[in-house]
Ligand binder design. Structure first.
Ligand SMILES: [Mg+2]
Length: 261
């Protein structure tokens, strides 16, 4: 696929994370396996602490709710290696969390526990947020030109800040003027981009959105936002029509932005 430099006259850049600033596999290959591998340890070592108690409480309420609604729930086989009530309780929580993750559930209970585990893992350096090499130098240059740079990702603002605050390039949070997540609306909804423009305090036409997902690109375009589609290893293949319709870049280096006076 041939990509050339793309010129954009813009006052603000809005960046997607997965597939744009960060390998699309980061969540699937790093973040989720971390939970699966460390869940039991985490519960055992923090079982008596308030935060963990609250996480477990929320999970139990979710299980009750699932049972009331007759949703499928994991069946607990009696585990012969379990000796105490605490071990049994931990095993039940582990089973439930693994089952929710396998089913790709997005329950608040699951997200809260995962969030706490990732926060601790980032803070201790066991996980570092991945960022493509071209990203930080380009954002620095754009900022020197007076442009504002924002993040818009379906990961929560808290998760975004963990990734960029504990990245392979250190704490790079000061590169961004603000963060948006789906609390402002879905990324495939044009209205979300109108709201973001309002929050940034500019017209949609003054924003350039970088993403790997054409459904998001289409929604942004509908709102009047400029769009550049980012092609990175492992991203979803674009159709020929999409390739000819969108401005494509394989690295941020290919994007030449000029600020609006
Ligand atoms: Mg993406």
């Amino acid at each position: 696929m041939a990509t050339v430099s793309v010129r954009a006259c813009t006052t603000a850049l809005l960046l997607d994370i997965e597939g744009t600033t960060t390998p699309i596999t980061f969540v699937k290959d790093i973040l989720f396996p971390y939970i699966r591998d460390h869940l039991e340890d985490h519960l055992s070592s923090h079982w008596e602490e308030d935060e963990c108690k609250q996480d477990v409480h929320l999970l139990k309420k979710q299980i009750e709710e699932d049972m009331r609604q007759n949703r499928a729930c994991p069946v607990h086989a009696v585990d012969q290696t379990v000796h105490t009530d605490e071990e049994k309780a931990i095993r039940e929580v582990v089973d439930n969390v693994l089952w929710q993750m396998a089913a790709d559930r997005k329950s608040t209970a699951l997200k809260q526990l995962q969030g706490h585990m990732w926060r601790a893992a980032y803070a201790s350096g066991r996980i570092k947020g991945e960022i493509y090499q071209d990203v930080v130098p380009c954002i620095k240059r754009w900022r020197q030109q007076g442009l504002k740079v924002y993040i818009y990702s379906s990961g929560s603002v808290e998760a975004q800040k963990l990734l960029f605050g504990h990245s392979v390039e250190g704490d790079v949070l000061d590169l961004f003027d603000g963060h948006f997540d789906t609390t402002i609306g879905a990324k495939v909804d044009a209205k979300s981009y109108e709201r973001i423009a309002e929050r940034i305090g500019c017209q949609p036409e003054e924003i350039t959105f970088l993403t790997d997902v054409t459904r998001e690109a289409k929604a942004a375009e509908e709102a009047g936002v400029n769009v550049v589609v980012v092609v990175r290893p492992g991203n979803m293949e674009l159709t020929e029509e999409e390739q000819s319709h969108y401005n494509l870049i394989t690295s941020f280096v290919q994007l030449e932005v000029t600020g609006r006076a």
